[in-house]
Design a protein around this ligand. Structure first.
Ligand SMILES: [Zn+2]
Length: 268
């Protein structure tokens, strides 16, 4: 009899616990639902919200006077356009030097190294950036830079010279380019280039050779279609080369040296 009673009380306790749990669960569910109801937003199936928002007004950004440009048709030319075009995918060349055949290899371009350094930073002559952006704005046509900085390895590779030499390209003081749409009007472009570098009577240009002009600051060369091509300029158009002879900012002549060419740029 005692056993029956204890079973009865145990069952009764279990039933009471179950009903208490279920009551607790119900109240918890209700609390969560109420919370969700307060926070939730209602959307139609189409995704349309039932709440309406005030339309956002678009405000034009103000620009400084020196940022005004005549044309915004093309990306502004920056130092990024001057990076070395070397690539490990270029097969090596065999050239002759002092009656011996030697193999020359290209550099690995931007994976291997950066631009010429000045004051601890990568550097491109400001006059190049100003000039090429001015041409782009004037002609409303894209300036294509085919060759800017060339590390000594790439310069040697694309020109295929046996003996090492130092050039203006290796120290970031030369650029090759053409203006898209003005390929057959290169003299128009050269006129603008000359005006840019001609500041006073002292900086007037003199003609040197068929298509070459120079003043104290630059040498401008027009490379016609028939000119022998290096690998950076494998396109069918005439192109213009500008070589700096004088650094406006540093106020001193530019003379490429072996040391500048080999140690003056950033290695990655
Ligand atoms: Zn290179």
């Amino acid at each position: 009899m005692g056993v029956m009673r204890s079973i009865y009380y145990t069952l009764l306790l279990l039933m009471m616990l179950a009903s208490a749990c279920s009551g607790f669960e119900q109240s918890e569910k209700r609390r969560i639902r109420q919370c969700n109801e307060k926070e939730g937003k209602i959307f139609r199936l189409s995704g349309e919200s039932l709440f309406s928002f005030a339309p956002i007004e678009r405000k034009e950004l103000e620009i400084y006077p020196w940022e005004v440009r005549e044309s915004l048709e093309f990306p502004r030319i920056t130092k990024e356009f001057f990076r070395c075009h070397g690539s490990q995918h270029h097969p090596h060349k065999v050239v002759e030097s002092e009656n011996k055949e030697i193999e020359i290899y290209d550099c690995n371009g931007i994976d291997e190294h950066g631009l010429v350094m000045k004051g601890g930073k990568e550097y491109v002559h400001t006059c190049f950036l100003e000039l090429l952006n001015m041409l782009q704005d004037t002609f409303h046509q894209r300036v294509v830079i085919t060759s800017g900085h060339r590390c000594p390895k790439h310069d040697r590779f694309i020109n295929g010279y046996g003996k090492e030499k130092v050039t203006s390209y290796q120290i970031g003081a030369a650029v090759d380019f053409y203006v898209e749409g003005q390929e057959e009007n290169s003299y128009r472009v050269i006129e603008k280039v000359m005006n840019f570098f001609c500041r006073d009577k002292k900086s007037q240009f003199t003609k040197k050779g068929e298509d070459c002009w120079r003043n104290h600051e630059v040498i401008i060369t027009l490379n016609p279609k028939t000119t022998p091509r290096n690998d950076d300029n494998l396109h069918p158009y005439p192109y213009i080369t500008i070589e700096l002879r004088y650094d406006r900012e540093d106020k001193k002549p530019i003379v490429p040296t072996w040391r500048q060419a080999h140690y003056g740029y950033k290695r990655n």
